[in-house]
Design a protein around this ligand. Sequence first.
Ligand code: F0G
Length: 450
Amino acid sequence: MTNASHLLRCVGCARSVEPEALSRDFRCSLCGELFEVIYPGWSGPPHTRPNPSALRWLWKDRRLSSESIDRSGVWRFREMLPVLQDLKNIVSLGEGNTPLYDLPQSAARLGLKDLRAKHQGMNPTGSFKDAGMTAALSVARERGFTWVACASTGNTSAAMAAYAARAGMRSLVLLPEGKIAWGKLSQAMDYGALTLQLRTDFDGCVRVLAEVVERLPVYLLNSVNPYRLEGQKTPALEIAEQLEWQVPDNLIVPGGNLANSSALGKAFLEMKALGLTTRVPRISVIQAEGANPLVRSIRDFGGERLEPVTARTRASAIRIGNPASWRKAVRVIQETGGWVEQVSEAEIALAKAEIGAEGIGCEPASAVTLAGLRKLVQQGKIAADASVVLLLTGHTLKDPDYTIHYHHGDLLTDRERAGVEGEIDATRRSTIELDASAGAVLSELERVVS
Ligand code: F0G
């Protein structure tokens, strides 16, 4: 199953095209919508389809292999993303195989029996983007590109720059000036990208890049690229495998450009269709209140239309007002019976501190999942006995400024803190300056334990 046995289907007008017919901006020339990868071989008679038991065994066995593509948590599942003609084109940093952690303290607070976090921040460049990047950048290499490019709120650029460097390719990064976390900017620079900070927001960077790729032979690696989403399916396979092929009742995902929710939904639906699992989780998407175009689309237009917003949130990774994959995300939410929810700046900050206190940590955009879960539980949508997996998308070290300001107490305005001051103060751990003496340290310890 390693031949390029796939087609691209438009999510707007449903026409299918050969891979070679894709335009540089990955949009349908008839209706302007995005494409998704489909595998015609999977809808043939049962004896021609992949065998679920054999696949489960094979994927587990590969973890013990000494081949790097077998040990990758993306390419280990390559039968689910047969998009390359030749596996020699794979560019891998040993991505995936990320932990699924229990969150006992948060579960107790919310009255839930089974709450876990799939931590995609534990990838080589510290975010979930690596899973999609290894797939799409390998396709770029196979097609003979020497330059790749993306617009980014930070994590995509870090991942793209790293994988391009590994492949000996050049990378062009467009970032919204002054609006991305330092950790991410430093990665793009360190991995050797041509890093341009434009005086605009993320949505502005996307617009500029669309023009650039029309004029130059650079391969676009934003998540409009359907191969990114094929790689981003694999955390869903890992979750199912980590739960002995039982799927959780709920999967909760942050929403920015809305590729992740789309990819994970596609994976769970494909797994069920292939007989690997018997059901799909409800997939819910959580946005920041100030960057909530999907919430508005579903609330105001039943998901039929999306009106862009000017995005504002300190969770800079999801500061996106005009998400590319909104149609795919709406379909996933509707097909799986999930919900959309929005959370405030204070709710995000508090949830991030709670995840930190579990010894795990994550970046602010990831913490919207726990904040959103709290609301879904309060609304009675998620019951005490339902199992829940939160998708944590980025490592806590991506944005240490945010964390330090939170603990020093100067992250949020008084207005934002109103109503949750007590909860916030209980989670803050500010640093304490002391004289350099054992006596000073001992008396501070005494104060803390008394
Ligand atoms: N969480 C993190 C840490 C992210 O970096 C992003 C997106 C998201 C969540 C949202 O995921 O776009 O698939 O809905 N970051 C992009 C970037 C846009 O450029 O790094 P999504």
